[in-house]
Design a protein around this ligand. Structure first.
Ligand SMILES: [Zn+2]
Length: 119
C-alpha cells in the first residue's frame, strides 16, 4: 500500500527513502529563493545553484555553507555519498561527481525533503 501523501516527507527524511523521479513540483521551481529542509526549515540550497540534471530529481551544484553533511552509503551494493541536513540529520539525497562547473558536483535531492521559500 502506498504511503499517504502527508507521510512521504517523513519517509524520505527519516528512512532514507527515494521518491520516484519526475514527481517533485520543485523540478519546475525556477523563481529566485532558497530551498530549505522540509523538517526544520534549515536553509540548504540557493536557487542560483539549481540546474537541470535531467534525472527527475531537483539538482544543485553547491549547498549553502555548512547546510549539509555527508556520509558513505553502501546500500544496494554501491558506494555513494549520502547527504543530510546538518541541523536535524534528515536524509536529503546523494551527491555525485558528474555535476556542472564550477564545482563538478551534482547534489541529487529528494524534492519531498525540501521546501521552497521565494526570495
Ligand atoms: Zn533539517
Amino acid at each position: 500500500m502506498a504511503a499517504p501523501a502527508h507521510a512521504r516527507p517523513v519517509y524520505i527524511l527519516r528512512q532514507a527513502g527515494t521518491e520516484r523521479p519526475f514527481t517533485s513540483p520543485l523540478l519546475k521551481e525556477h523563481r529566485k529563493g532558497t530551498f530549505v529542509c522540509a523538517a526544520d526549515g534549515n536553509p540548504l540550497f540557493s536557487s542560483t545553484t539549481k540546474f537541470e540534471s535531467g534525472t527527475g530529481w531537483p539538482s544543485f551544484w553547491r549547498p549553502l555553507k555548512g547546510a549539509v553533511g555527508t556520509s558513505t552509503d553502501s546500500s544496494f551494493g554501491m558506494s555513494r555519498t549520502e547527504v543530510h541536513c546538518s541541523r536535524c540529520g534528515g536524509h536529503l539525497g546523494h551527491v555525485f561527481d558528474d555535476g556542472p562547473p564550477p564545482t563538478g558536483k551534482r547534489y541529487c535531492m529528494n524534492g519531498d525533503a525540501l521546501r521552497f521559500q521565494p526570495a
